[in-house]
Design a binder for this molecule. Structure first.
Ligand code: ZN
Length: 195
């Protein structure tokens, strides 16, 4: 956005380049972008893309001193929406995050903020889950982190095979990585405490 962009501002309202693209898209699929109902669509389209990609998660690293260690904390079933980078179609993902506190514990609302932060970009479910695990590891300073995602992908349910299904992907790190009591506890927490 250098000099040429500034020249255009001379008395005229700037048009988001995404609006121009949306108008072109409507023409390409055989629509009349000037008909009633579509007149404002390019503007809305541009605004939603900006809103999606400019998402601000707020403060995500508020930690408290840990009073007891050896406790698994899980925040489960946080529903986030993201966009598949292969088809630019939405997928929603139910995210569960678990970790074992070492020296600091993470404020409860931060889990959802972190999940939304990594969902608000073009993603793959597997990478979304790994990105969340990286961030949880970073802010808590604990290597014992597990993240499980269950996603429904519109690129599978409304195109291609057109079958509704859930895809599960999981990242287990630290004590959760190997078979052991922590892993067993984690799986039982994931199943809602049922054995
Ligand atoms: Zn896809």
């Amino acid at each position: 956005m250098g000099d040429e962009f500034e020249k255009l501002t001379d008395g005229e309202a700037l048009r988001d380049p995404l609006e121009t693209m949306a108008r072109q898209l409507l023409i390409e699929i055989g629509e009349n972008p000037d008909r009633e109902g579509l007149a404002d669509t390019p503007r809305r389209y541009a605004r939603w893309w900006r809103e999606f990609t400019d998402y601000q998660p707020g403060v995500i690293d508020t930690v408290f001193e840990s009073v007891s260690s050896n406790q698994t904390v899980m925040v489960s079933d946080m529903n986030v929406w993201s966009l598949c980078e292969h088809h630019l179609l939405p997928f929603n993902c139910s995210v569960s995050i678990a970790y074992r506190a070492r020296t600091s514990i993470l404020g409860l609302s931060k889990f959802a903020r972190i999940a939304h932060k990594h969902a608000h970009k073009l993603q793959l479910q597997e990478r979304l889950i790994a990105d969340i695990a990286d961030e949880i590891e970073k802010v808590t300073g604990s290597p014992d982190v597990a993240v499980v995602g269950r996603g429904e992908h519109l690129c599978m349910t409304m195109r291609g095979i057109r079958t509704s299904s859930l895809m599960t992907s999981a990242v287990y790190r630290g004590v959760f990585e190997k078979e052991g009591p922590e892993r067993g506890e984690l799986l039982s927490l994931l199943m809602g405490g049922r054995k």
